[in-house]
Design a protein around this ligand. Structure first.
Ligand code: FES
Length: 196
């Protein structure tokens, strides 16, 4: 019997069998992907990270991994802090008061931090998740408006100020996220909340 002359009920059975085998295959293929989306035990264990601020120079940025995400810690200079109050800058911001952005209550201010001199922020663009570059100097040629220093996402051209507030004209909808953190001493912070 050729393929063209297979009995219709047998064809339905063959189709059904192929469908089930295919579904099982997809199921097996999906398991590693779904597993990879769940946080691993080692990531779960990193509920908190401690950072020694005394090792960071003024203007310097360090990157740590926290809960599987890159997080920046930056010691802002006086100039950087002052730039955040610039009227020209504030007029360019999409969400200057961070009302639509993600941060703990203590960071809902112009500096988006506990201490104006220290910025702690998740280094993931709120548009499609690229990692922005750190451009701390004023006057960047890559940005058409006033640039007081900040972060620039090269994927689709979003700009953020030195508090991670998104600039108008950027595709990113919100300011960069600030994680929960607290001071353990004058020079040590702990990012994240300890369990229990
Ligand atoms: S991912 Fe940053 S601008 Fe698109």
């Amino acid at each position: 019997m050729s393929a063209d002359t297979v009995d219709p009920s047998r064809r339905r059975f063959l189709n059904w069998t192929a469908g089930v085998v295919g579904a099982i295959g997809v199921g097996y293929a999906a398991v590693p992907f779904i597993r990879s989306m769940a946080p691993s035990a080692s990531v779960e264990a990193q509920a908190t990270e401690t950072v020694d601020l005394s090792k960071i120079e003024p203007g310097q940025r360090i990157t740590i991994q926290w809960q599987g995400k890159p997080v920046w810690v930056i010691r802002r200079t006086e100039r950087m802090v002052e730039s955040l109050d610039s009227e020209e800058l504030v007029a360019q911001l999409k969400d200057p008061d961070s009302g639509a952005s993600e941060q703990p209550d203590f960071a809902e201010n112009a500096y988006r931090s506990r201490d104006p001199g220290v910025l702690v922020m998740v280094a993931i663009c709120t548009h499609l998740g690229c990692i922005p570059s750190y451009r701390p100097e004023p006057g960047g040629e890559f940005w058409s408006g006033a640039w007081e220093g900040g972060f620039f996402c090269p994927c689709h051209g979003s700009g953020f100020d030195l508090a991670g507030r998104v600039l108008d004209g950027s595709p990113a909808p919100r300011n960069l996220a600030v994680p929960y953190y607290e001071y353990l001493s004058d020079s040590r912070i702990r990012i994240g909340k300890p369990r229990g």
